[in-house]
Each structure stands twice: as structure tokens, then as C-alpha cells.
Design a binder for this molecule. Structure first.
Ligand SMILES: NC(=O)c1ccc[n+]([C@@H]2O[C@H](COP(=O)([O-])OP(=O)(O)OC[C@H]3O[C@@H](n4cnc5c(N)ncnc54)[C@H](OP(=O)(O)O)[C@@H]3O)[C@@H](O)[C@H]2O)c1
Length: 259
């Protein structure tokens, strides 16, 4: 399927590994120019090289913490007029909520709520003026269903979702959309740290915890960053103009509900 975004410019935050990289690859496959980002220079340049070689698109690497004003400024400087913004960040560490002091709570809110809002503020008026914009936020299934140890992540991302629900509706008439993708369990470094946290709590091996968690998913497997990326690319595509303010759950059927 031609996604109709060949030559479009995309900023994909936190994209040297995992779900962000999946999104970057799918957008590159659709012919987008990319700005990719991460804090580890080796992983970032390896990803940049791999994407350039495989898809032949222009890729600019921004080595920065996306949660900092400097990191955000560097991303916007590298691409002042993006057509597509994928907001992503590392999630907070798995912790019992009692272990969170004020600084940790504010840090989590900064990462998963304030940062995407600031980046949207930086790009959205230009998108509206140009008559095309696609913003996709990687949030989490934990917005809908609590996950032990991730209360801060759930709260910050639910805040982001509510914040943007109104904002998205002010932009739809300019062909600017804002949607969230809610991953369930995807095969990335992050999910492996969740298996370690769960295994420790349950007093079982990490392998046993991974097997138990996977068995609970109707699809009986973890999702892949590639399939996550393809869903993101569709929301970012020319065909996605009538999809806005939605929360797309990608979880292999894990979150059980009729509607
Ligand atoms: N995997 C899942 O099943 C799942 C489920 C629900 C929600 N999520 C959420 O989805 C997001 C992505 O998860 P993932 O599984 O892809 O994680 P991951 O495999 O750990 O990858 C995270 C990526 O983000 C980059 N990153 C992290 N913090 C950053 C920062 N402050 N500034 C710039 N780049 C940063 C990492 O590179 P550096 O470390 O080099 O910076 C890496 O490229 C997270 O917020 C996670 O909580 C994931």
C-alpha cells in the first residue's frame, strides 16, 4: 500500500531501539526523511546507518535526552518543519509507588507528559499552516489497565491523553491529527526489564515470568517493533486524515473488553 508520505519529514523521538526504531523504519520504508534520537551514541549511529542502507532515505541522528529543553531544541533545529512527529521516551523504572519521592514523580511526568506536549507545541502551528500534520504518541496499555510498578507511567500518560483529547479537536480541520498508540507487550529491551521486575516479585525465574506473561496474551506471543511501526506509519499516512484523538490498542487481544 502506498502510504502517500514519500518525501515527508518525520521526527521520531527515542528511536534508536525498540518501538521508536520500529516506527522510524516503517516511516523510512514509506519514503520519509527522518530525524532519529537516543542517548547512546553507538546504538543511535548503528540504527541511522542501518536505516540509510536499507531504505536509502536521509536520516539525521540527534544524540540527546528528549526530556530536556536542549534535547528538544536540537530535534527541532534538525527539522524545523516536520510533517510527522512521533513522541516517544523511555518509561519510568518499575517501582512500588511508595518508593517515588517528589523528584521522581516530577521526572516521570516530565518524561511522559510534559515532553510530548512541549514538542507538539513546537511543531503544530507550522503543520496547521502547511495543511498536513500527523502526530503519534507512544503511550501504553497501562493508561487503560494498571500494570504493577508502573503507576507513574500510567498517570503521566493518562494525563497526556486527556490533555490532547481537546487539543486534537482544534486541529482536525487543518489536516493535523493527533493519535496515541497503546502498546501491550512488545519484544523490546523494556519488556525484558518488566519481566525481571515481575520475576523478582513472584520469586521465579525471568524465563518463567516471560512464559507466564506471554501465555496470558490471546495471540500467545509478544508484539514486534516492526508491526508496531507499520501501525504508526498508517496513522501518519496520507490516508489517516480522518483518524484523530484515538487510542489504538496494540496488544494481541490482551485487554479484554467488548468495546
Ligand atoms: N515494549 C513494550 O511492551 C511497551 C509496553 C507499554 C509501553 N511501552 C512504552 O513505550 C516506550 C518505548 O518502549 P520500548 O519498549 O521501545 O523501550 P526500549 O526498547 O527500552 O527503547 C527505548 C528507546 O528510547 C530511547 N530513549 C529512552 N529514553 C530516552 C530519552 N530520555 N531521550 C532520548 N531517547 C531515549 C532509547 O535509547 P537510549 O537509551 O540510548 O536513550 C531507546 O532507543 C516506553 O515509554 C515504554 O514505557 C512499551
Amino acid at each position: 500500500m502506498d502510504l502517500g508520505i514519500k518525501g515527508r519529514k518525520a521526527i521520531v523521538c527515542a528511536s534508536s531501539r525498540g518501538l521508536g526504531r520500529g516506527c522510524a523504519e516503517a516511516l523510512a520504508e514509506a519514503g520519509c526523511e527522518l530525524v532519529i534520537n537516543g542517548r547512546d551514541g553507538t546504538a543511535l549511529s548503528e540504527t541511522g546507518r542501518a536505516i540509510r542502507e536499507r531504505y536509502g532515505v536521509r536520516v539525521t541522528e540527534i544524540l540527546a535526552d528528549v526530556s530536556t529543553p536542549e534535547g528538544q531544541a536540537a530535534l527541532i533545529e534538525a527539522c524545523p518543519d516536520p510533517d510527522i512527529l512521533v513522541n516517544n521516551n523511555g518509561g519510568p523504572k518499575f517501582r512500588d509507588f511508595r518508593e517515588l519521592d517528589r523528584a521522581a514523580i516530577l521526572d516521570g511526568v516530565t518524561q511522559n507528559m510534559v515532553t510530548p506536549i512541549e514538542l507538539i507545541q513546537a511543531v503544530v502551528d507550522g503543520m496547521a499552516e502547511r495543511g498536513f500534520g500527523r502526530i503519534v504518541n507512544i503511550t501504553s496499555l497501562s493508561v487503560l489497565q494498571p500494570i504493577p510498578g508502573l503507576d507513574l507511567s500510567s498517570g503521566a500518560r493518562a494525563g497526556l491523553t486527556a490533555f490532547l483529547a481537546g487539543v486534537a479537536r482544534t486541529l482536525a480541520h487543518r489536516n493535523v491529527t493527533i493519535n496515541n498508540i497503546l502498546p501491550g507487550k512488545f519484544d523490546t529491551d523494556r519488556i525484558r526489564s518488566s519481566f525481571r521486575f515481575g520475576a523478582e516479585k513472584a520469586g521465579i525465574s525471568v524465563e518463567e515470568q516471560a512464559a507466564r506473561q506471554t501465555a496470558e496474551i490471546p495471540a500467545r506471543r509478544l508484539g514486534t517493533p516492526e508491526e508496531f511501526g507499520q501501525a504508526c506509519a498508517f496513522l501518519a499516512s496520507a490516508h489517516g486524515g480522518y483518524i484523530t484523538a484515538q487510542n489504538l490498542v496494540l496488544d494481541g487481544g490482551f485487554f479484554s473488553r467488548a468495546f
